[in-house]
Design a protein around this ligand. Sequence first.
Ligand SMILES: [Ca+2]
Length: 494
Amino acid sequence: MIRSAFTWLLNLNGRWMRAMGDSCRWRFPERHALGIPVLLLGVWLTCLCWPVQGLAEPPSEMSMIDAGEMANHAAPPLDSHVRGNDGNAMDSGLRGNDEQRKPPNILFILSDDHRWDFLSCVGHPFVETPRLDRLADQGILFSNAFVTTSLCTPSRASFLTGQYAHTHGVQNNLTTWRNENVTFLELLKKAGYDTAFIGKWHMPGRLPELRGVDRFITFTIQAGQGRYWKCPLIVDGKDVPARKPYITEDLTDYALEYLEQERKNPFCLYLSYKAVHHSWRPPPDLVDLYDDVEPVLPKEADPWITSTRGNIFVGTFGKLEHHFMNYARCVVSLDRQIGRVLDKLDELGLAEDTLVVYAGDNGYFWGEHRLVDKRWPYEEAIRIPWIVRYPGVVPDPGRRAGQMVANIDLAPTLLEAAGIQVPESMQGRSFLPVLRSPDAPGRKAWLYEYFQEFPYNVPGTRRSAQIPTSISSTRAGTPTRSTIWSRTLVRNKT
Ligand SMILES: [Ca+2]
């Protein structure tokens, strides 16, 4: 009842804000001043009534959805050999994805809020990303890659588990990791890999004793968001100060040290950057980059509606154009650091034996639909950059693949590449066949889900039990408030 009232209030607030944006002639600061009394009222009501997210969602409710049935509806099998590994692979040690090929090293690089089109290899008008371009030229650039929830924490949990948010239970940035969740890192470790997680974990609560990682380097400051400058880290459980002042460089240094270690086993390095998330602080030598470029925001970008995301409870303060350019500079910085990692693979002679995947955890709005941020299930937010380099397996490096892939497909793909049986609990499907053959089919559909989170007035469901087990009726037409099929919203790119 209370939640319904809040949802109604938020929607009303969003409409009011948009109406104000359309009709009000007042300048930006004056409009903000108008919203202050409503803001104070909202804060008071929130403190009084709103239950803590996460605590209010008992695990039993999350398990009410039949994961297998959902997977059948949302993720049709790619083809019959997707799960074609030997069922005894886990017991018999690593064999790779066929008898002739040894298990590859795995490097998964995940960035934060990197839009799919902020890459020079997809034609961005001014951003230069030569290192990621090189990775794409040596591998495959997927032009139809998506996340099943466009929000940092749920998406990251989906990459780790191969599951939708309603299954792994990390519904938004305020819900905690469930220790019973199984990650691909854990399965790789059991099979004999050396494993490391370096970078942004960003799940609330105490850091878990993450099973299956030899190294666990992350940060908890700023509620797990970290910060661009002098970000203290937690290295294998110990608090340590930043070694390098800039977080993207600091994390990269740790990654390079990990790669340099002598080892007998194949490795899996999960490198999870904080960049290019808000608040977009480029390194000193890039702060003037593109000063001669005129930032051109979408026509519908509005300084009032866009900055406040349609309600008065949240906001991105400052000029959008300023943030937009710093975002671009942070992308360049990210590309530069990724280049150091790729160069290290070359230097160590590991590149030919390493499967590299680069992805973003969600996209971003820069004024489209009068929005900034992510969360809303529009193309700008749910489409992500996705590059895969797999020497010796991809027959035609430089290919642009139009097959659809989703974040839940990462874990099954890495496991299959390592010759490990994919657990039935994983709802994603391996795209390894697409790597091997340009004609292999991709997935036909997938489910987008968003769990409502105060104070964002984003359409979505409030709990996983509200996701219908039969969702075929939502496939066409106007997106519903509860579940949305991606293909009603996005255009396939070739
Ligand atoms: Ca993110």
